[in-house]
Design a protein around this ligand. Sequence first.
Ligand code: PLP
Length: 441
Amino acid sequence: MLNTKRIRKSFPAIRCGRMISNNAASTQIPVQLLDLMKKLAVSYDNVHRGQSRSSILTTEAFESSYDTIAQFIGAPSRRNIVLYRNTTEAINAVMYSLMTEFHDGDNVVTTYMEHNSNYVPWYGLTHEILPKFGINVECRLAKFDKETGKLDLDHLSSLVDKKTKLVCCTGASNFLGTKTPIKEIRRIADASGYKQPTGENKSYLLIDGAQTVPNTYINVKELDIDFLAWSFHKMISPFGVGALYAKEDLLKNMRPFLYGGDMIADGMVTPEKVSYNSLPWKFTAGTPNILGTILSAQGLRLLMDFSLDKKKYFMTGKALDSSDIKTAMENIEAHETALIGEAMKILSEIPSLKIYGPKDPKDRTSLVSFNYEGISPFKIAEELNEFNVESRAGCHCATLAHYYYGLTLPASCRLSFYVYNDIKDVRKACDAVKKCVQFKS
Ligand SMILES: Cc1ncc(COP(=O)(O)O)c(C=O)c1O
């Protein structure tokens, strides 16, 4: 289990009395990263664009951040990592980069439990962009079980065929909390028989890791994921950086999403021909979010230290040890299972409270969404705020899933916990929900 007592001391937001329970949207920043930001403020410069000591040191710190990020998810090297603003931009980048690869009659398979970031880009591609070029590509949606909240693998399998270029699935639903079985989804994508330009016969697999990478041990090689997208603002780093992992061959052959400076091979721009930079810089057009990148990589190191309860990686050049990563992330997962188990126990004591998603805490991440007949989820969230409990009401951008339940107001109220929450937070939040709904419908 995590040493939450120690972890909490690092978060100014907690020290000033806030009860943070809307972590599925964004987590808080620890003081160590704020101090690092101050330290960098006096020494930083642009990267790949200067000969000063500051520019060289910043370039080194920036580039080595890619190594940390690659190591964290078990990627072979920094060449597999492309950084964007967030998960949404990373998924859009895959869509735009692969846009010219689709053939008439192809399809993309995604699911009803996706965040809009992993549905709307595929909707846009298949309903708006490709038809303008006379190319018809279908976007298919796999169902989930409304009772258990689990993805219907038989249905998914029935949708995937030899015309499925890509299967796009979340690693965990940000509304239901459901963790999806990535290995089984991989097997389904592998069996499609789609002829990729590389000569492989299978569908690519894109995993939206926004709710998975922050709390689960993910090794892209073991899971054989083709594309993985996630955001650092959901795992103790500041806003503004999201990552895309992709297999090197894919990135080599893919068109850049953004064109411009620094993504071209040195001097290789003429009116006739432009050649691109080596990976990963081929995908880094324009001045990147340099400070955000350094802070995000250090945020990963600090998260490891928090979870391992020792000072080992933060602000060092040590490569992340794979067994430490596994232990650290399994500790976080176990902590979250304990928290969500307690939340489910208390919330399920409330008569008529509809809780969405899997019943078994082991099958879900540490978020819980619910509705209470006769009281708007917005009203519940506002009242929770009166009890100093931070929640989120709305569709959480999982609009398809809310309509799937037949909710005419596509909304629910959600509580979500992270590494700095303890069991007292969970009890406080869930007891407050009791107070908000009892005797009021
Ligand atoms: C499952 C999932 N996917 C994608 C996103 C989008 O992340 P971002 O807003 O960082 O692009 C979120 C954010 O809540 C999410 O929960």
